[in-house]
Write a protein that binds this ligand. Structure first.
Ligand code: 6PG
Length: 457
């Protein structure tokens, strides 16, 4: 099987090596000739160069490929994707060829591109997770698009992707550009889990007075059981790293956090679709907040003025709270995918989606085993729910900030305790005559139910 790859940056180069290692023949192109030369030299040192053809223009790429052609794009999201697609049309791709956008593109661009190129070639999307390591040795691959174009490639990508218990972490999760939507939500969950772990660290370090190394020990002990996850493992590794002067590595790093935008898109789409993902939104805003404050001044203020209080936390309860909060981040993300799939008629398969997250990706975790059985089990975790409530209360009482932890507690509390929506409904109708819906399902106004002599002005 022969495929082509356009874009030989870090992800492209590593995916290219993975593809040829799995037995595919690759025609590769990058507008920077050095990138092609570097890939060739890596392939040579692995003894795989005969499966690789570096080309210097897209016309040559098109001529070398057997038809129907399969072309992967690993170029930065945005305008460049369209530019490469147009160049490929000019170079001679045709209707039966498939071009798969594998970058972190916005799914809305994917939908538009499907239409734009519908008579020129088959446009498909695939979200890839796992960073450079994953691309090289087995990423998670969230693909989408019409069945036809994918048929000939699927068996190969199933080998290229990571595998979990013998099952591939490649899946065509749904129709249209749903692969990119699923990858976007993967990243939204990624933001929330990263921030949640950072908050556990914050609580243990500044709330209970542990050193980064001691926090690393706590995380390591959690990783030995059910809570094992990639993000927890890398966090505990980072926290135990020290310079030669025994300074903790994390203390050398500024607090301002950047973002490429997929977390923001997740939040925006959730808000537009009316699907509540407070933990995911809070994680995006937590990053924004790190950029809003003058972190240096804030650091001095925190230490100098002693405005926070030490707290006594039970480690088993904290572990339970962290477990449930993590599960609830996935639950919100899955609800968003389900809602978007319904709204766009993508027929996204949540089982297959979870399968792609089992290995290779950034949000892989052992407890996905539990979620794979059905997210509803999360609602039965009584002891963990009490622990989450207690831990959040204590954490907040320290005066430190816990945006994702507290949003997650708010999320579960909102779903499982008496609501106050009736008063908000009444307020809307009181001043704006927007109507209310009663328990019996009737839509009316407050004045249909009670007599209001004179309204407050
Ligand atoms: C992955 C990552 C990857 C990338 C994020 C970073 O799944 O491999 O999610 O896609 O690291 O895009 O996103 P931010 O720069 O927004 O944190």
């Amino acid at each position: 099987m022969q495929v082509a790859l356009v874009g030989l940056g870090v992800m492209g180069k590593n995916l290219a090596l993975n593809l040829i290692e799995q037995g595919l023949t690759l025609v590769a192109y990058d507008r920077n000739p050095d990138a092609g030369a570097e890939l060739l030299s890596c392939a040579q040192s692995l003894g795989l160069a005969e499966r690789l053809h570096i080309v210097s223009d897209l016309g040559d790429m098109i001529r070398r490929l057997e038809t129907p052609r399969s072309i992967l794009l690993l170029v930065p999201a945005g305008e460049l994707v369209d530019r490469v697609c147009s160049d490929l049309v000019e170079a001679g791709v045709d209707k039966d060829d498939i071009i798969i956008d594998c970058g972190n593109s916005n799914y809305k661009d994917g939908i538009a591109r499907k239409l734009k190129y519908q008579n020129k070639f088959e446009f498909a999307t695939m979200g890839i997770s796992g960073g450079a390591e994953g691309a090289r040795h087995g990423p998670a691959m969230m693909a989408s698009g019409s069945e036809g174009g994918w048929e000939r490639i699927i068996p190969w990508f199933e080998k290229v992707a990571a595998s979990y218990n013998g099952d591939s972490c490649f899946a065509r999760v749904g129709q249209s550009a749903s692969g990119h939507f699923v990858k976007m939500v993967h990243n939204g969950i990624e933001y929330a889990l990263m921030q949640l772990i950072a908050e556990m660290y914050q609580l243990l370090r500044h709330g209970t007075g542990r050193t980064p190394k001691e926090v690393a020990e706590v995380f390591k002990s959690w990783s030995e059981g059910q809570l094992n996850s990639y993000l927890l493992s890398i966090s505990s590794h980072i926290l135990e790293l020290e310079t030669d002067n025994k300074e903790s590595l994390v203390d050398l790093i500024d607090n301002k956090v950047g973002a490429k935008g997929t977390g923001l898109w997740t939040a925006q789409n959730a808000l537009e679709l009316g699907i509540a993902v407070p933990s995911l939104v809070a994680a995006v805003q937590a990053r924004h907040l790190t950029n809003t404050i003058d972190t240096h001044a804030a650091k001095e203020m925190t230490y100098a003025s002693q405005q926070t209080a030490k707290i006594d936390i039970d480690l088993d309860e904290l572990k339970s709270a962290f477990y449930l909060a993590s599960l609830l981040c996935y639950r919100q993300g899955l609800a968003l995918i389900k809602g978007a799939s319904r709204a766009h008629q993508w027929k996204v398969d949540l089982g297959k989606t979870l399968q792609t997250w089992r290995a290779g990706c950034i949000i892989r975790a052992d407890y996905l085993d539990d979620i794979a059985e059905g997210v509803e089990f999360i609602d039965t975790l009584q002891a963990e729910s009490l622990a989450l409530r207690k831990v959040t209360g204590l954490a907040v009482s320290s005066g430190l900030a816990f945006p994702v932890l507290s949003s997650t507690q708010t999320y579960i509390a909102t779903l499982s305790t008496p609501s106050n929506g009736h008063l908000v409904q009444a307020q809307r109708d009181y001043f704006g005559e927007h109507g209310i819906k009663t328990h019996s399902g009737e839509t009316c106004h407050l004045t249909d139910l009670v007599e209001i002599d004179a309204k407050v002005r």
